[in-house]
Design a protein around this ligand. Sequence first.
Ligand SMILES: [Zn+2]
Length: 217
Amino acid sequence: MRQLFAYLKGVHAMKPKAGQKRVLMLNSGGFDSAVLYHKLVSDGYMVYSLFFDFGQNNVVEEHDTVVRMCGGENLRILKLPSFDWSGSSITSGGECTEDLDKIYVEMRNLIFLSYAVSIAEAQAIRSVYYAVSKSPGMYKDTSDEFVKHFNDISRMCDVEVFTPFADTEKKDLIHLAKEYGIGYNDFFSCYYPTEAGRPCGECLDCVFLEELYANKE
Ligand SMILES: [Zn+2]
């Protein structure tokens, strides 16, 4: 088997224990991803993380967070061409906005999951996870319908995509986050980081997560 996850300098792919199931997840380093990663590890899976550099404003902060989260092990980083056709505020230095239409990156998850399923098939991994949580402003490529149709294709190669938090709101994920000991500095969900690489403190994600953590301390 080719060692797709062993390309980082000084990092080796960990081997699963006998009988341990391997799963692949899209890992952005954000809050939902952090909860999902720890849940999968806690459930006993050997977790492989896939991180995408697609020209997002916070790529450095997200990348460093993901490396810290999984200790650099079983991590694959893919650099994509920048999404320069998109006017999304989360790429190309866009400005903080509350307008979900301006945040949306056109069918980003279709592209991410296509890579994930191809890698999963190549590595004989049967389950791909991504951490979409329930929110009022769901994007087309995070909807149940999208996942259902995507799975119609991915099952052709015996790979299934799972979104275990699709019916769970972020405010309920905080309980799991606490259970797994995930602190406010253990994820990076802000797309508009400061020059010092800190969350901006003003965007929707920052305000919501700061409140969530403040109420649960
Ligand atoms: Zn922010």
